[in-house]
Design a protein around this ligand. Structure first.
Ligand code: URA
Length: 434
């Protein structure tokens, strides 16, 4: 039996893979020595049998070592980072990045593109005309020194193993295993060289993790990896039954992010941003605790300094930002068939509708439409009369609006009883992983 076959069979039979075997696998995937069919077979065995804590850490380490690790020490200060496990309408980074900088800390992030029903920060930022997401390492560091904020696309040289494995997982039904997800997220975060990380782990219909218990397990696994590299990590669990805020779609979400920075916008987006900013500021060198961080973040939202920093940041990355000058595509409205209270808005259905409208991609190489998407008009807990608008889908062509409109049907549950909007921040874990 060859070595790869032995590794696959060991996992298939419920055995443990030691670091040497996991390194052999990761290196073979990157250098092409292991064919795709064997890699896919091992991934499926892993999904069926699961990864242990030790295997998760060893896999993350092997993935980090598959590429380059950025050195951000020339910035001379802790560089703060945030990662979301993926959701619908999640425009948090666009508000958080300039807000943290406006509060005096340094925020640097390597972001990704959207896939499936979840959006990606790079696609959202690129919906601002002229915004450049490709910066050299030197320019990334210089921008952090100069204005304290930079969000760029992940360098091809970091964690090449994840790019290959994630693409394979995506088409072989092998995304959903907590150890694989933790290793994938944390390898990228470790390699990007940031000092402290806040993970926004989404919980609910529109997320990878559908229960808080599963989400906490993902947080615990990520902490095991972070501890091994001496990186500070706070996990914040936020609800993703319904989309975050009202706008879902690239430029639509940037507009909503801007509203939050201007002291307006939906309360749930503001709540998540403030919780993450408070945690990040307490991990910075500003000498504030979480409560102090919260006060600073709220002040920067209310006094306009967060919005000013956004404008500076966008200009430095080449973007031309003119609030209010947004071209709206033609929209089709979904209207309530009966009156009552909105009891549920299904994030997955709204995310799929936005994707079908053109805001998202089915395959990694698909283009996205910057202006397409869905805007929700009635949210959980709100009353609606028969015939009133629940949501509007914006798309470039009528057939796209129709297909997306079909996907939108059934996304809203209207009941006679008044429903209460659930809290969006469900929990925070700063503790030790063991
Ligand atoms: N996000 C990642 O970066 N990796 C995963 O495996 C899942 C979500």
């Amino acid at each position: 039996m060859d070595v790869v076959n032995d590794i696959i069979a060991r996992k298939r039979d419920g055995g443990e893979l030691d670091e040497a075997r996991l390194r052999f696998f990761v290196n073979g995937v990157v250098d092409g020595g292991i064919p795709t069919y064997q890699a896919a077979a091992l991934l499926m065995a892993i999904v069926l049998r699961g990864l242990s804590d030790d295997e998760t850490v060893a896999l993350a380490r092997a993935m980090v070592d598959s590429g380059k690790v950025l050195d951000l020490s020339p910035v001379g200060r802790p560089v703060l980072d945030k990662h979301s496990s993926g959701g619908v309408g999640d425009k948090v980074t666009i508000v958080l990045a300039p807000l943290v900088a406006a509060c005096g800390a340094v925020f640097g992030k390597m972001a990704g593109r959207g896939l499936g029903h979840t959006g990606g920060t790079l696609d959202k930022l690129e919906s601002i005309p002229g915004f450049k997401v490709q910066l050299s390492q030197g320019d990334f560091v210089r921008q952090l020194e100069r204005i304290g904020v930079a969000v760029v696309s992940q360098s091809e040289r970091l964690v090449p193993a994840d790019r290959i494995l994630y693409a394979l997982r995506d088409v072989t039904g092998t995304v959903d295993e907590v150890g694989l997800i933790a290793a994938s997220i944390m390898a990228k975060k470790v390699a990007s060289g940031t000092s402290a990380l806040v993970l926004d782990i989404k919980v609910g219909a529109g997320a990878f993790m559908t229960t808080l218990a599963e989400a906490r397990e993902l947080g615990r696994r990520c902490r095991l990896v972070a501890d091994g590299y001496g990186r500070s990590l706070t996990c914040i669990y936020t609800g993703m039954e319904a989309p975050l805020g009202c706008a879902v779609g690239n430029r639509l979400e940037v507009e909503e992010a801007w509203a939050v920075l201007a002291g307006e916008g939906p309360a749930d987006v503001r709540d998540v941003v403030v919780a993450l900013a408070a945690a990040l500021l307490s991990l910075s060198d500003l000498g504030v605790d979480e409560e102090g961080g919260r006060r600073r973040a709220l002040a920067a939202l209310d006094d306009g300094s967060g919005a000013e920093w956004f404008e500076r940041w966008v200009a430095v990355q080449g973007g031309r930002w003119k609030p209010g000058e947004f071209h709206r595509l033609a929209g089709d409205e979904l209207r309530a068939e009966r009156g009552g209270y909105v009891a549920a808005v299904n994030a997955l259905a709204i995310g799929r509708a936005a994707q079908l409208a053109g805001a998202g991609r089915r395959r990694a190489e698909d283009p996205v439409d910057a202006e397409a998407g869905v805007v929700v008009s009635r949210r959980v807990g709100e009353s609606v009369a028969e015939g009133e608008v629940l949501a509007t889908v914006y798309a470039r062509r009528r057939e796209l609006r129709e297909t997306a409109g079909e996907a939108l049907k059934g996304a809203f549950t209207v009941s006679e009883e008044r429903a209460v909007a659930p809290a969006v921040v469900l929990g925070v874990d700063e503790g030790d992983s063991r």
